[in-house]
Ligand binder design. Structure first.
Ligand SMILES: NC(=O)c1ccc[n+]([C@@H]2O[C@H](COP(=O)([O-])OP(=O)(O)OC[C@H]3O[C@@H](n4cnc5c(N)ncnc54)[C@H](O)[C@@H]3O)[C@@H](O)[C@H]2O)c1
Length: 329
């Protein structure tokens, strides 16, 4: 990717005040892009105005809901790129309120695509999908050919959201690519609770001097991406014409079980404790067991691989929240 690719480009990021969206916005501003963020700032989600503090004078923020078709019809016009990241991310919330998850992660995605088809068919879209759509893996590492059998409502709606993008690419030529993110962490993630990622609440608890709760037996394997690496993958996918209509897993070669991860976080923090406790039953019912990705497709096609290892990423994350606690607790 050529760094000037985004210079002076007109870019819309849905979910732009959220964790990944804000980190992406900061990077795009550095690259000279004109960036508009759409975010509904629903309190249970990851949107936080402080997330864009470093660029607040250089981005346009539009507090709107992607479920509002009239707003989206207007907002997609004239954009070169759309990074479509707005989403309800909590798996448990999707079980408690399945219709809300359906409206945001599925129906609104279709109306965003309709808005693009009608008002800006030249736009290029990058959609933030999730490894959750694979459900409990049949084999590891999970590649893109793995059957999709989500374990929760969120997974089903994200799967539909993803496939609408691929369909609009294939049928209408509205260029779109989907990235299936794995556990992403880093500065600007939600740490108040585990709605976005359990690692968020772990970071808060170690910094508060409270024990981390690890559910199950602690042996579940996961892979993690530091947010800067995810941002880089999004930029590569946006810049590549070869990526149109494609779906790529993100992932990491560094896999770790949750107990070791908890102990690593405690060690890097310099203090803390981990308690392994039984799964709450509502979590157990939708748990996916072990997961890690095969991301060789994006590595070979777009040249992407994560650059920030877990230790370095966790150090940077702890440092960020030590400094800016008051905006996130
Ligand atoms: N963080 C991860 O580990 C991870 C993993 C897999 C997939 N993803 C996907 O990446 C995307 C970004 O996730 P994130 O981790 O930054 O979460 P996040 O909650 O921080 O960001 C999502 C943003 O979307 C906004 N939003 C939600 N509903 C909206 C609506 N109806 N209208 C407008 N804005 C709305 C929220 O306010 C929030 O700011 C999501 O689509 C998520 O499914 C994230």
């Amino acid at each position: 990717m050529n760094d000037s690719q985004f210079h002076n480009k007109n870019i819309l990021i849905t979910g732009g005040l959220g964790f990944v969206g804000a980190n992406l916005a900061i990077r795009l501003v550095e690259l000279g892009a004109q960036v508009t963020l759409v975010d509904s700032l629903i309190p249970e989600y990851g949107g936080n105005v402080f997330n864009v503090e470093p660029v607040k004078e250089r981005v346009t923020v539009n507090v709107a809901d992607v479920r509002d078709e009239f707003s989206m019809d207007y907002l997609v016009r004239g954009r070169d790129y759309l990074f479509n990241l707005a989403g309800q991310t909590s798996h448990l919330d999707s079980m408690r309120d399945p219709y809300k998850d359906l409206d945001i992660n599925c129906r609104a995605q279709l109306s965003i695509l309709e808005a693009c088809r009608k008002h800006n068919p030249q736009i290029k879209i990058v959609f933030a999908s999730t490894r959750q759509i694979y459900g409990k893996p049949d084999y590891l590492p999970v590649d893109e050919k793995h059957v999709l059998h989500p374990t929760d409502v969120n997974g089903i709606n994200k799967m539909a959201g993803e496939w609408y993008h691929i369909l609009y690419n294939n049928v209408y030529g509205v260029r779109a690519v989907s990235l299936r993110l794995t556990n992403t962490y880093g500065p600007r993630m939600r740490v108040k609770d585990a709605r976005q990622t359990f690692l968020g609440i772990w970071v808060k608890r170690v910094l508060d001097g409270q024990p981390i709760e690890i559910w199950g037996d602690g042996q579940q394997i996961r892979d993690f991406n530091y947010v800067d690496d995810v941002v880089e993958a999004m930029l590569l996918a946006a810049a590549s014409e070869e990526a149109n209509g494609q779906i790529y897993n993100l992932g990491s070669d560094e896999i770790i079980n949750l107990q070791d991860l908890g102990e690593k976080l405690v060690r890097l923090n310099g203090s803390g404790d981990c308690n392994v406790i039984p799964f709450p039953p509502d979590r157990k019912a939708i748990d996916i067991g072990d997961y890690y990705s095969d991301f060789s497709l994006i590595r070979s096609k777009l040249g992407w691989a994560p650059r920030v290892d877990l230790e370095e990423g966790l150090v940077r994350t702890l440092e960020y929240y030590r400094k800016f606690q008051e905006y996130y607790w």
